[in-house]
Design a protein around this ligand. Structure first.
Ligand SMILES: Nc1ncnc2c1ncn2[C@@H]1O[C@H](COP(=O)(O)OP(=O)(O)OP(=O)(O)O)[C@@H](O)[C@H]1O
Length: 176
């Protein structure tokens, strides 16, 4: 059984679904530490090249996991990245997959000034629920939370739900 008394969460989803803004909010409300893995990998030189289509750094997933290996067993981390399949299941307590409706996501990506290739690649990723399928292939179904992220109200509700989930997780741990 995990020794941690605070859970680790992954917040994943197609780019633009709201991972970073939710993770930031959740960190300030829960006291857990937010790690934006794209930034973290660049800062710690854990990248494996550059994705020309997505226009972003490619993580060296093994190096990222190795780098976090000393702190994740203690718990208390919110890991924010579009993918989720490279963390060992024993280090993760819940996998939050954010979902956004097509028209809303399109407008968000367009507002960011992304090139058309990046927008259509990301739209396909959301339409084909690629990240949800990746989560289902990598983790037990009962630790996956699929949350709708279309409006600020939904984001607030998601943060509230997760704060309450964290409190319940800690209470359950104390009883064991
Ligand atoms: N639930 C929501 N309702 C309204 N706007 C949102 C919501 N979630 C995120 N946004 C807005 O959408 C934009 C993208 O959000 P954010 O950067 O959090 O997404 P992301 O999934 O982390 O993207 P990336 O993977 O590219 O870093 C931001 O302008 C943010 O304010």
């Amino acid at each position: 059984m995990a020794r941690r008394e605070i859970p680790n969460l992954i917040v994943c989803g197609t780019p633009g679904t709201g991972k970073t803004s939710l993770a930031h909010k959740l960190a300030s409300q829960s006291g857990l530490k937010h790690i934006d893995l794209s930034k973290y990998a660049v800062e710690h030189n854990l990248v494996d090249g550059w994705d020309e289509v997505l226009n972003c750094a490619v993580l060296d997933e093994d190096k990222v996991v190795d780098h976090l290996e000393s702190c994740l067993p203690d718990g208390g981390y919110i890991l924010d990245y579009h993918g989720c399949d490279f963390f060992p299941q024993e280090l993760i307590d819940t996998v939050v997959v954010l979902r956004t409706e097509n028209s809303v996501l399109y407008d968000r990506l367009k507002a960011r000034g992304y090139p058309e290739a990046k927008i259509s690649n990301n739209m396909e990723c959301e339409i084909f629920q690629t990240i949800l399928d990746e989560a289902r292939e990598s983790y037990e179904e009962d630790i996956i939370m699929e949350l709708s992220s279309n409006t600020p109200e939904e984001q607030d509700a998601n943060a509230e739900k997760l704060v309450s989930w964290i409190a319940d997780w800690k209470n359950d741990k104390l009883k064991k």
